[in-house]
Design a protein around this ligand. Structure first.
Ligand SMILES: [Zn+2]
Length: 257
């Protein structure tokens, strides 16, 4: 089975209907969470039920955090405590991947709730820095990152295995260079907001058709309706196979389902 994306959240920071924009990526060696909003366990359960797949939360061994806005990282306290206190016999710590600027300030955010008994970030997570331009292997797939244009340090992501490549814009102003970097992905999950620190639908519609055809949207305001129904918002619980489109890359023998 090649890479699959379970869409867990599509909302923006103010949504009263959806979870914060996030996903769970199933790759060869496990599950990778992209961002971790609050109510994370309910969010994962609901998405898995909608997709009719089994997903015990402790199966998620890797978390990639794009930035420190609460709608992207507010669930880390839950995940840290889950592994430390709630899973009998669990001695593993989830691996937490983020760029240095995010890691530098992460504990400032978590410590007031998590530093009891002298605990530190390393007591909850195995901390794994991501560096621009240096791919790392996470659960058997290659992950690259790139800084976006946002109000706080934020990284977009490319995750690739031998079958497909998933692009994740993360929060960003419209940035043609960022889109160009994401271009080699077979499926590009792009944020879509109301301008300012975010990208508008109209800006995404200005991109070449070859890119638009691979875009799916997250991070919309609750009231958002695509004005022309060309670019399609993701749906929570959607389960997407990420693979090279026919004719764009070699297809390994017998590995597709
Ligand atoms: Zn943000």
């Amino acid at each position: 089975m090649g890479m699959h994306l379970l869409v867990t959240g599509i909302g923006d920071a103010f949504s009263n209907q959806f979870h914060g924009s996030s996903g769970l990526v199933k790759v060869e060696k496990g599950w990778i969470a992209i961002d971790c909003p609050g109510m994370v366990l309910a969010m994962w359960r609901k998405a898995a039920e909608r997709a009719r797949i089994q997903l015990p939360p402790d199966d998620v061994g890797d978390l990639v955090i794009t930035h420190l806005h609460g709608d992207h990282c507010g669930g880390l306290e839950t995940i840290g405590f889950l592994h430390r206190y709630m899973i009998p016999g669990d001695t593993s710590k989830p691996r937490l991947h983020a760029i240095e600027e995010v890691l530098d300030r992460l504990w400032e955010r978590l410590a007031p709730a998590m530093d009891g008994h002298g605990a530190g970030l390393d007591d909850y997570f195995t901390v794994c820095p991501l560096q621009m331009g240096t791919p790392v292997e996470i659960a058997g797939c290659q992950v690259e990152c790139r800084r976006t244009r946002h109000s706080v340090p934020t990284a977009g992501l490319l995750l690739s295995d031998e079958v497909g490549c998933l692009g994740w814009s993360a929060d960003t102003e419209f940035d043609p260079d960022h889109v160009k970097w994401l271009e080699r992905a077979d499926c590009i999950v792009h944020e879509c907001g109301e301008g300012g620190n975010h990208t508008t639908y109209e800006q995404l519609r200005s991109l070449p058709e070859s890119i638009q055809s691979r875009l799916r949207l997250v991070h919309m305001p609750d009231s958002f309706q695509p004005p022309d129904n060309v670019l399609e918002p993701l749906r929570e619980g959607e389960w997407i196979e990420v693979r090279a489109r026919a004719g764009t890359a070699p297809v390994p023998d017998g590995s597709l389902d």
